[in-house]
Design a protein around this ligand. Structure first.
Ligand SMILES: Cc1ncc(COP(=O)(O)O)c(C=O)c1O
Length: 438
């Protein structure tokens, strides 16, 4: 049983004195962990991570889905090492930039040009800027049911945590609901000829129904807007190259990141030449100052992307992840049934990316019960943050150990549902990332 988090607790306290929130994406903060849980990870190998107290976990979080093959994965590391030896940043572009562009564009038939960056927010924001420049329109619409698109103003302006974003900017952002075509139609009706783009993930944990994606794309094109799909999480994980290909839909622009470089920092903005080329310098239209960053083409991160994409393609890792996901679905659902928790636990989504939903006595989503479940599986060496983020490194043994831990955790969870999570949870429930105050 894992019970000691002494070093974790003192290190995160110190980090919070030095770094706002003590971390570099709010999803990694201590408020996203049960009190009885690791707050600082020291290292990882394959599908396992170790915290600073020396506790070992089977990792289902995998760097917020970014680590799609495994921690310290040798085929990626050796590509990175050989680039590091040659230097990583020069005055002129390096050949590896075109090498990755060729590989990526060969892998992604919907795209004709691609531009690299370090962060997901950089490429989604660039997609929005490019769409505004291309269309000459000002409004942006994003799917409100999807988790996150960017920390930039166009997105954060309409979230609960919008301090620092002028209301004038926020007023240019609109939202709609997934699988609710009427909510998209309403936006185009309310803002005729003024919407530059619609951005959404092809899917999160609900599959598109009734041709939703195709209808959104048609609406965009009928109204002169750009159709953008964000494959940040789904790309190279739910399908090769992404889930949009399996869903039979072609975006005008697409954005990529987690899953592209096995945790290294390479993200992509890709799309049709007619739009993308506005960011170039060889045309006579007004130029768009697109992505322009000193570190955007750091060579070892591009090498990581080449090695990761190649490994994923050549070893068909998505198919093996899918098979593991199907086993997880079957076994976890059997456990839910065994503990009579069908009304209080649900596993949903694509086999390669499944979400567990935690519901209370009244069937309402409960952060308290969710945190209790995380706390209980941590005791048995499982780092689970609500989703199964599969990698090629996860083994049969990892899955069996996870099922054994889930079995024990569900027994406590069932008592938490009946008697209240407060009786079994040590500390506070996890807090929403987008909140106005502490
Ligand atoms: C779907 C999606 N788009 C964009 C982003 C932003 O990526 P980053 O955190 O690298 O800026 C995220 C990050 O969570 C994401 O999940």
């Amino acid at each position: 049983m894992i019970t000691n988090f002494e070093k974790s607790d003192s290190m995160i306290k110190r980090a919070q004195e030095l770094i706002p929130a003590g971390c570099h994406t709010y999803s990694k903060g201590p408020d996203q962990s049960p009190l009885l849980g690791p707050k600082v990870i020291s290292h990882g190998k394959g599908s396992h991570v170790w915290d600073v107290d020396g506790n070992e976990y089977i990792d289902w979080a995998m760097g917020l889905t970014a680590v799609s093959l495994g921690h310290a994965f040798e085929p990626v590391l050796s590509a990175v090492r050989s680039e590091l030896e040659k230097g990583v940043n020069f005055q002129c572009p390096s050949p590896i930039e075109s090498e990755l562009a060729e590989l990526f564009l060969k892998s992604v038939p919907s795209a004709e040009m691609v531009k690299f960056a370090k962060n997901g927010s950089t490429v989604t924001t660039a997609a929005v800027k490019l769409a505004r420049a291309y269309t000459g329109k000002k409004y942006v619409a994003f799917c409100a049911d999807h988790g996150f698109f960017s920390y930039d103003d166009w997105y954060m302006g309409v979230k609960a945590c919008n301090s620092g974003v002028p209301a004038e900017l926020a007023s240019l952002t609109l939202t709609f609901k997934y699988n609710d075509i009427a909510s998209v139609e309403a936006l185009f009706r309310q803002h005729p000829g003024e919407i530059a783009c619609v951005i959404l993930e092809p899917m999160e944990f609900d599959f598109p129904v009734d041709n939703f994606l195709h209808k959104v794309k048609d609406l965009c094109h009928q109204n002169g807007a750009v159709f953008i799909l964000d494959e940040m999480i789904t790309g190279f994980k739910l399908g090769f190259p992404g889930i949009h290909t399996e869903l039979g839909i072609e975006p005008d622009l697409s954005t990529w990141g987690k899953g592209v470089a096995n945790g290294f920092s390479t993200c992509m903005l890709a799309g049709k030449k007619e739009i993308m080329n506005l960011g170039g310098i060889n045309h006579d239209k007004e130029r768009v100052f697109l992505i322009s960053t000193t570190h955007g083409a750091e060579t070892h991160a591009l090498a990581a992307a080449i090695a990761s994409i190649t490994y994923t393609r050549d070893n068909n890792t998505i198919e093996s992840d899918k098979q593991k996901g199907l086993i997880i679905n079957k076994e976890v659902n059997a456990l839910i049934k065994k503990h009579n928790l069908e009304k209080h636990l649900e596993l949903k989504g694509h086999p390669c990316w499944q979400l567990m939903v935690f519901r209370d006595k009244d069937g309402i989503a409960s952060d308290g019960l969710k945190t209790l479940f995380y706390q209980e599986v941590i005791k048995h060496g499982i780092l689970f943050r609500g989703t199964f983020n599969l990698s090629v490194s996860h083994t049969e043994e990892d899955m069996q150990k996870t099922f054994a831990a889930f079995d024990k955790a569900m027994a406590v969870y069932a008592r938490g549902v009946d008697e209240g999570y407060e009786k079994y949870l040590v500390g506070e429930p996890i807090k929403p990332v987008f909140r106005k105050y502490n």
